[in-house]
Design a protein around this ligand. Structure first.
Ligand SMILES: Nc1nc2c(ncn2[C@@H]2O[C@H](COP(=O)(O)OP(=O)(O)OP(=O)(O)O)[C@@H](O)[C@H]2O)c(=O)[nH]1
Ligand SMILES: [Mg+2]
Length: 296
């Protein structure tokens, strides 16, 4: 049988559930998620190989218009830059809601000449599915979307239907990745993201977008992997919050992260966390580059 393979962008406003969807499509936790908007910072590939079909999903940062900082501009650029390079765009919406940010995403998507499918996510929060119909009717009037697929990324509802729709748009060509490869990112990168996720989850209200994580040492020994990670913040007050009273906060973050990292690498992990201050790094192009954000 002929192989099919293609790139599929998952795009949408912040917090709509793109990363949750990618993880559930892959059946593993690859992308980090949180209840705070602007969690994802990089485009992240997730390869789903099923028989003859290989869908290469691209999880993207949420598209929004708060472009006051370099880091925000860089994140939005990262998301919009893939729109012309993929075979299919899956635009995520939150069930029947429509916001100004969705309209902004729509404008970017409309500029691309690629086919677009609407995934109406979080339907578990909706009493009746029929409640989606007026929204679908409105969106159908735009003459843009090829399909509307109601899903719950969190509960795994509608994902087979979405996979089927996606498979229809994959071009016939040999697979680009071996069947056991799930992403193009290094384990080190995924480890740094896990640490950042735990910070977002514990301190999302205090330090939502002020931290970044670099892995300084990664030592794989026969029975244990020893990792040193540095968390960068913008101000010394933020460092105090992150470390917490008698170091309790940083310790809890380390414990949360270690559990997930052990799952990822499949061995025991010793994780050392350090906190350093880099003044104004979120608005400094040079620092952002050093942290692997933005174009090299
Ligand atoms: N109830 C419900 N919550 C969901 C669903 N999908 C995602 N969420 C929640 O929505 C929040 C945001 O999910 P993410 O996957 O991080 O959203 P995102 O679109 O990747 O966000 P950014 O990376 O910030 O752009 C998390 O708290 C998820 O648990 C869903 O189907 N139902
Ligand atoms: Mg995300």
């Amino acid at each position: 049988m002929t192989q099919k393979c293609g790139y599929v962008a998952l795009v949408g406003r912040p917090n709509v559930g793109k990363s949750t969807l990618m993880n559930h499509l892959l059946g593993m936790k690859l992308a980090i998620t949180s209840r705070k908007p602007q969690t994802t910072r990089h485009n992240l590939l997730g390869v789903d190989t099923r028989g003859e079909a290989q869908a290469i999903y691209v999880d993207t940062p949420g598209i929004h218009d708060q472009l006051n900082r370099q880091i925000n501009r860089m994140m939005v650029r990262s998301a919009t830059s893939v729109l012309n390079d993929v075979d299919l765009i899956v635009m995520l919406l939150e069930h029947d809601k429509w916001t100004d940010e969705d309209a902004l995403v729509l404008r970017h998507v409309q500029r691309s000449a690629r086919p677009v499918v609407a995934a109406m996510n979080k339907i578990d929060l909706l009493g009746r599915r029929e409640a989606l119909l007026p929204a679908i009717e409105r969106l159908a009037g735009l003459d843009l979307f090829q399909e509307f697929v109601p899903i719950s990324a969190l509960k795994g509802q509608g994902l087979d239907a979405l996979r089927e729709v996606v498979a229809r748009f994959l071009p016939e060509q040999p697979h680009l990745f071996p069947p056991d490869q799930v992403t193009d990112q290094s384990t080190r990168f995924l480890v740094s993201e896990i640490v950042r996720e735990k910070i977002m989850r514990r301190l999302g209200d205090e330090l939502p977008h002020r931290t970044t994580v670099l892995i300084e040492a990664y030592d794989e020994r026969p029975y244990i992997t020893e990792i040193r990670a540095v968390v960068y913040v913008e101000r010394s007050g933020q460092k105090r919050i992150l470390i917490g009273k008698e170091g309790h906060m940083l310790k809890s973050i380390g414990q949360d992260a270690r559990r997930d990292i052990e799952q990822l690498v499949g061995s025991k992990v010793m994780l050392h966390l350090w906190v350093k201050v880099r003044k104004g790094w979120t608005n400094d192009i040079q620092q952002l580059k050093r942290f692997g954000l933005g174009e090299p």
